[in-house]
Design a protein around this ligand. Structure first.
Ligand code: SF4
Ligand code: SF4
Length: 98
């Protein structure tokens, strides 16, 4: 089990309140999507982010570039994929491997 899978396991054990606090905090403090050229006004208005865990954006978007490779979350959780706002979460993209 790698660190991404361990994080998913921990998150599944949290209460809804704990999880939503954690997600809000990570979106604000760590996720660097807001600095990405693909991050658009719709995503800003919906306060979206952390797509690597939460999955695709609900907004229409043009993928210009992805900064996930430079994000500490990506490194810390041993993630392999990117463009999460368009392609889905790390978990979803891993599940397509098989
Ligand atoms: S890896 Fe990408 S989607 Fe995940 S927190 Fe970092 S910038 Fe946001
Ligand atoms: S997931 Fe990647 S492409 Fe999408 S907004 Fe975040 S950094 Fe940009």
């Amino acid at each position: 089990m790698d660190r991404y899978e361990k994080a998913l396991e921990k998150m599944s054990e949290m209460s809804e309140e704990q999880l939503s606090t954690l997600i809000d905090m990570q979106k604000k403090r760590i996720c660097i999507c807001k600095d990405c050229p693909s991050y658009n006004q719709c995503m800003t208005e919906n306060k979206e982010g952390l797509f690597c865990f939460l999955g695709k954006s609900s907004c229409d978007l043009d993928l210009i570039q992805c900064k996930c490779g430079e994000c500490p979350v990506h490194t810390n959780f041993q993630m392999k994929y990117g463009s999460y706002c368009m392609e889905g979460s790390e978990e979803e993209q891993r599940s397509k491997e098989n």
